[in-house]
Design a protein around this ligand. Structure first.
Ligand code: AMP
Ligand code: MG
Length: 426
């Protein structure tokens, strides 16, 4: 296993005090070893979990040739090219009720969508396309259907033995449905990731406590709880920890024993009362970065150990918005990797910025934005207003982050910017 210093040394222009977002992301990804623990889950329990093994299909899907239309089934070789063809209707097939007899030359059956195609039939004419029909006969005009059409072939979605879902898939509603369609009730999933978190800062008060002068309620433990739960992690709340060496040591040891990863907020910068750096550095391989980004300059990452336990540590800035942005920019992908997920990077949308924004090159900026289709249907995005990194209300009003790349300078109204949406459909 490489050390953080060895990994960082491989980057051509590693600058720990003005670290590029992409560089930090790469170092974190190179350092993390996915968890291997797995367990069996029933299908419903598996929602939001990560598949631990490839799942081969036990059956052909569909299991039989079947009709894609409501209509009449026959063998296509009996269709005449130039003149209408008539067939005798000898029976019918419904979904779940196959036609038991034989279909011979000049004969057809009435067939419904999803019904099994009799062996001698390969073509379905949709009922609305026939020239004439009665209970006993149907006539098809020349050229209306080609032989072989409107039939779904056995195994056309999946053949038995083919991999239906690959290890690492995040299981969403579609995957549950797919597994159910294969008759699979139990699947191997990665163990749920345990993530402990605590807040540091003598000014922080927990809910239910009185707010002394100069104090603030701890909100980070609630945003973190929400973000971790949405990611399918077990969120372990270790409370508020005083900014002193003894308390921080104890909290990190507890976190090591209880969790696969630890998230701390506050105290990550090199301020006077920030003992977190010392405590974490003494327990493992840690890097303390100044990120070239806003919000979220201080960021710590590494792996700490105590006794036989160890955990990855993410030290996030304390400002409530910076905590959330840092989580989405760095921690989210790292936790997915740790839980064995093969997740594609989040898609960036492109939208035109409605108001100009002052920005200096040299850092990536994340603005809280509200994106919506404009009059012509293309996406437009506006800032939620003041971008102070303590203003959670703006995070609540926003439905996206506007991502302004490191190299970019001032952005004029009407320019196209990248947008990271908060909400997904599935
Ligand atoms: P720090 O990163 O510890 O220097 O904190 C930066 C700012 O964020 C300070 O104004 C803190 O009071 C505030 N802050 C830190 N942690 C929290 C928290 N858990 N909840 C709300 N505000 C916080
Ligand atoms: Mg603090």
């Amino acid at each position: 296993m490489k050390t953080l210093a060895e990994i960082a040394g491989g980057l051509p222009d590693y600058d720990p005090q003005a670290l590029r977002v992409a560089h930090a992301q790469r170092i974190i990804a190179d350092f993390i070893e996915p968890l291997r623990d797995r367990e069996t889950a029933s299908l419903r329990q598996a929602l939001g979990r990560v598949l631990a093994e490839d799942i081969p299909s036990p059956i052909d899907v569909p299991a039989h040739d079947n009709s894609a239309m409501d209509g009449y089934a026959f063998h296509g070789s009996y269709l005449r090219a130039e003149t209408p063809t008539s067939f005798q209707v000898i029976g019918s097939a419904f979904a779940g009720h196959p036609y038991p007899g034989k279909v011979e030359a000049g004969q057809c059956i009435r067939i419904m969508t999803g019904a099994v195609m009799p062996p001698a039939c390969d073509t379905v004419v949709p009922q609305e396309k026939v020239l004439a029909q009665s209970d006993t006969a149907v006539t098809v005009a020349a050229g209306v259907v080609k032989p072989g059409v409107n039939r779904r072939q056995r195994g056309e979605d999946l053949r038995a033995g083919m991999v239906a879902l690959q290890a690492g898939r995040l299981l969403r509603p579609a995957e549950l449905g797919l597994l159910a369609s294969l008759g699979i009730a139990q699947i191997p999933v990665q163990r749920r990731l345990r993530v402990a978190f605590f807040s540091t800062g003598d000014e922080l008060r927990s809910l239910g406590e009185t707010l002394d002068p100069g104090c603030v309620y701890d909100s980070n433990r609630y945003t973190l709880y929400g973000m971790l739960s949405r990611l399918g992690c077990e969120a372990i709340d270790l409370g508020v920890v005083k900014d002193d060496p003894v308390s921080l040591d104890a909290a990190l040891r507890t976190a090591c024993a209880k969790a696969d990863a630890v998230i701390t907020t506050g105290g990550a910068s090199a301020g006077d009362a920030d003992y977190l750096r010392q405590a974490a550095a003494a327990m493992g391989d840690m890097a303390f970065w100044g990120m070239a980004m806003r919000p979220g300059r201080p960021f710590a990452f590494g792996r700490i150990a105590y006794d036989s336990d160890s955990a990855y540590l993410f030290g996030l800035p304390g400002n409530p918005v910076a905590t959330m942005v840092s989580f989405y920019v760095f921690v989210r992908a790292a936790l997915l990797q740790l839980m064995g997920a093969q997740a594609a990077p989040l898609p960036l949308m492109r939208a035109s910025l409605q108001t100009s924004v002052a920005k200096r090159p040299g850092r990536t900026e994340y603005l809280r934005g509200i994106v919506a289709p404009g009059a012509d249907g293309t996406l437009e995005v506006r800032s939620t207003g003041t971008q102070g990194s303590g203003i959670l209300r703006s995070m609540s009003e926003a439905n996206c982050l506007v991502v302004l790349d490191q190299e970019r300078g001032n952005v004029a109204a009407g320019e196209i910017v990248d947008v990271l949406l908060f909400d997904g459909l599935v």
